[in-house]
Write a protein that binds this ligand. Structure first.
Ligand code: AKB
Length: 340
């Protein structure tokens, strides 16, 4: 069977997946995209990919078939259950988020061995990997560096932090006692994303979802019950900047990277400031605070902001959108078109 050098994207039907396909796929794509998800891709994305496989990252036979069929030299492993969803089904979350990632790392290792060079592996971690002990510390901590407060309070956060370590193991120490020479270790690269806001898609199952949900509800003329207090603050980033960050990180020569895991962020408004911005854009917006104590506790454990200076220094992370321009130049015009 023909083998193509290509890119594998898991979780391709999710928010980041769809945005990444539009950026990496299509007729001018450097490498064809093979995508994998338990859900079908939206029909308009099918021309952008070589093949969309409907299946699970837990299906190792399926992954073995992909190893045999394709020469994958880049993996974007996006599939995961997000933080709120994971709290309802922690054991399932562990299977999907941890065993699934282990399966993909094994897949990438086998691919690298069979074609004699390391597969470049992108893994999206999250601010959920942090856990601050209380609100006072959240206010005092300032922008948090990668190695600080690594005490997640959610299954999802624990999964993300552990999978960062798994990535480090596969990149630096895999089978260190084995006598057989290794053809190449995985080139593991990871971003700790803040909350992401897309104008094109609506997230599901996350705890940072109050921001995108508020905006999409206002544009659609729907009442929105915001599940966190107005003073709640975490970092965010517009989806095009998240995709740009992934593309930049993946393009940089390995020697330029001083770490495996990088914080990224663009702005850090409170929920009240987001609501204010939404009301200015959509004067008829109806936003009512109805705190969900459990989800509030999760967001309260996440940092009010993160320090992304390593990403800026090492590979030029430079988000195009700040809080105001994200609304003015990206969210409002695109979302207006969507609900017109
Ligand atoms: C979530 O809320 O679970 C995600 C995240 C912050 O990683 N959006």
């Amino acid at each position: 069977m023909a083998r193509y050098a290509c890119v594998l994207i898991t979780g391709a039907a999710g928010e980041i997946g769809q945005a990444l396909i539009r950026r990496l796929g299509g007729p001018d794509a450097e490498r064809p995209l093979v995508t994998l998800d338990v859900h079908p891709l939206p029909a308009e994305l099918l021309p952008w990919v070589r093949q969309h496989v409907i299946g699970s990252i837990l299906d190792t036979q399926l992954l073995d078939r992909l190893v045999a069929e394709y020469e994958v030299d880049r993996v974007y492993h996006l599939a995961a259950l997000l933080s709120t969803r994971s709290e309802f089904s922690p054991a399932l979350a562990h299977r999907v988020n941890v065993e699934g990632t282990l399966n993909l790392l094994e897949f990438a290792q086998k691919q690298g061995e069979s074609h004699g060079r390391p597969v470049v592996f992108f893994y999206p971690s999250s601010i959920a990997a942090y856990g601050l002990p209380d609100l006072e510390m959240k206010q005092r901590a300032g922008p948090v560096r990668e190695e600080e407060f690594n005490f997640p309070t959610t299954m999802y956060g624990a999964n993300k932090l552990y999978c960062e370590h798994l990535g480090r193991y596969y990149a630096r120490h895999y089978k260190q006692l084995s006598a057989e020479p290794l053809a190449g270790r995985i080139d593991f690269r990871c971003l700790r994303f803040p909350g992401l806001i897309s104008a094109e898609t609506i997230p599901s199952g996350g705890t940072s979802d109050y921001a995108p949900e508020m905006i999409h509800a206002a544009a659609a003329g729907r009442l929105y019950y915001c599940f966190v207090r107005p003073d709640t603050r975490i970092p965010f980033m517009a989806m095009p900047d998240a995709v740009e960050a992934i593309v930049r990180l993946m393009a940089v020569p390995r020697q330029a990277l001083t770490r495996l895991v990088y914080n990224v962020r663009a702005f850090a408004p409170s929920a009240g400031e987001i609501a204010q911005m939404v009301r200015e854009a959509f004067p008829a917006a109806r936003i009512v605070t109805q705190v969900d104590e459990k989800r509030q506790r999760i967001v309260d454990s996440w940092p009010a902001d993160v320090d992304d200076s390593a990403a800026r220094r090492d590979w030029g992370h430079a988000p195009r959108y700040d809080f105001i321009s994200a609304f003015r130049d990206y969210l409002i015009p695109t979302i207006r078109g969507r609900y017109a």
